[in-house]
Design a protein around this ligand. Structure first.
Ligand SMILES: Nc1ncnc2c1ncn2[C@@H]1O[C@H](COP(=O)(O)OP(=O)(O)O)[C@@H](O)[C@H]1O
Ligand SMILES: CC(=O)OP(=O)(O)O
Ligand SMILES: [Mg+2]
Length: 382
């Protein structure tokens, strides 16, 4: 029996998502989610969560001991400058991912635990790390550098890395396919709007800019993260409000964004409240879409010529209101959304631009797990 299956593990700060994929036809054999890790009513920690994943697969006759399993692919959020491609995990690779923990304290520790548990269960199996940052490694220095002292920046790894790379890679390719063209021929702005959110500018299949920075805090307004903010706000909160660094970190990462503005981090809830005339919800929505429009303008300038603006992830795939509002008034940039097409719901990649729009506007469902599985399988097969 040949091994043609890949298990994908996406360990987040408080959840573990998994998918088991058959790579000959890309069918999904199993998928699931363990939530509320470390919270009341949830499992104790990531080790317990991963053991639960293994047990769930075992119960369905799809356990990690299956000879059909070719490899395990792990989403690793931060690869720093060390990892720009999917990488077979060795002790040295694991040590380097650990060294990068200060750059992604919420994410990398969970990813490391996932790798260790899977390796303990199947030491003979290739474990592959697929990095959120890798697709952004092509961003030129002019866009990746922050304008701070170069020696300090280099010493502490301070630069733009970018995240959600597997999604930006998958979606920019799928958008080219939707336009019936090769990725090398098209310039695309991808708007990945999930709980975390980021925009990227992709020129001919190569990423040239992105909104997230050294960490996943910069850029767009997110569910609980502020996105762009004057860095002096941090000094002000420390000096005037007397907050310590950890409290400010928590405020900006977990208590800001839609949640901070309105009390709700879920765009569906914002929509419901807006329909009832709730002004805080309206303001949160307006701040969210204003930031999006700003990045579309900026990345239009970065790319020079834009063939498509593409919406993806939970909000991007489902919220016609966000899509319409974010791109309203951009006729001058050749961007026009067709209201009827935009209102159509569905799970397929689709165009929502008007006939007269110079730039195509599309909705393309993302599939980070499939992208990770493909990268993993390619590497495991050698
Ligand atoms: N029908 C919908 N309308 C508006 N927003 C939606 C809808 N369905 C899901 N969302 C939003 O998608 C977000 C989650 O996106 P998702 O890509 O699943 O997140 P994650 O980053 O956790 O993978 C939620 O905050 C939710 O507000
Ligand atoms: C990097 C990042 O923001 O990931 P997520 O959207 O899963 O929080
Ligand atoms: Mg997601």
């Amino acid at each position: 029996m040949s091994a043609t299956r890949v298990l994908v593990l996406n360990s987040g700060s408080s959840s573990v998502k998994y998918q088991l994929l058959e790579m000959t036809d890309h069918s999904r054999l199993a998928s699931g989610l363990v939530e509320r890790i470390g919270e009341e009513g949830g499992v104790a920690d990531h080790t317990a969560a991963l053991r639960q994943v293994a047990a769930e697969l075992e119960d369905r006759g799809l356990g990690l001991d299956s000879p059909e399993l070719a490899a395990v692919g792990h989403r690793v959020v931060h690869g720093g400058t060390s990892f720009t491609e999917p990488t077979l995990v060795t002790d040295a690779v694991l040590a380097e991912i650990e060294r990068l923990v200060p750059l992604a304290p919420l994410h990398n520790p969970a990813n490391i635990t996932g790798i260790k548990v899977a390796r303990d269960l199947r030491p003979d199996l290739p474990q592959v790390a697929v990095f959120d940052t890798a697709f952004h490694a092509t961003i030129p220095e002019a866009a990746a550098r922050y304008a701070i002292d170069t020696a300090t920046a280099d010493r502490y790894g301070i630069r733009r890395y970018g995240f959600h790379g597997t999604s930006h890679a998958y979606v920019s390719r799928a958008a080219a396919a939707l336009l019936g063209r090769a990725p090398a021929e098209v310039n695309v702005i991808v708007l990945h709007l999930g709980n975390g959110a980021s925009a990227s500018a992709v020129r001919g299949g190569v990423c040239v800019d992105t909104s997230m920075g050294m960490t996943p805090l910069e850029g767009l307004v997110m569910g609980t993260r502020s996105g762009d903010i004057d860095p002096a706000v941090v000094f002000h909160l420390a000096r005037v409000a007397g907050m310590d660094v950890d409290a400010i970190d928590t405020l900006l990462n977990k208590g800001s964004g839609l949640l901070g503005l309105s009390g709700d981090n879920d765009m569906r809830e914002i929509g419901r409240r807006m329909a009832e005339g709730d002004e805080r919800a309206r303001l949160a929505f307006d701040v969210y879409v204003h930031r999006l429009r700003r990045y579309v303008g900026a990345f239009t300038a970065v790319l020079g010529r834009v063939d498509a603006v593409v919406f993806t992830a939970g909000v991007g795939e489902n919220s016609a209101a966000v899509r319409a509002a974010a791109l309203s008034g951009l006729e001058g940039l050749g961007i026009e959304v067709d209201p009827v097409r935009n209102a159509v719901r569905g799970s397929a990649a689709r165009l929502i631009s008007a006939e007269s729009s110079r730039v195509s506007v599309a909705v393309v469902p993302t599939d980070e797990e499939l992208e990770i599985a493909r990268d993993t399988y390619a590497l495991a097969r050698g």
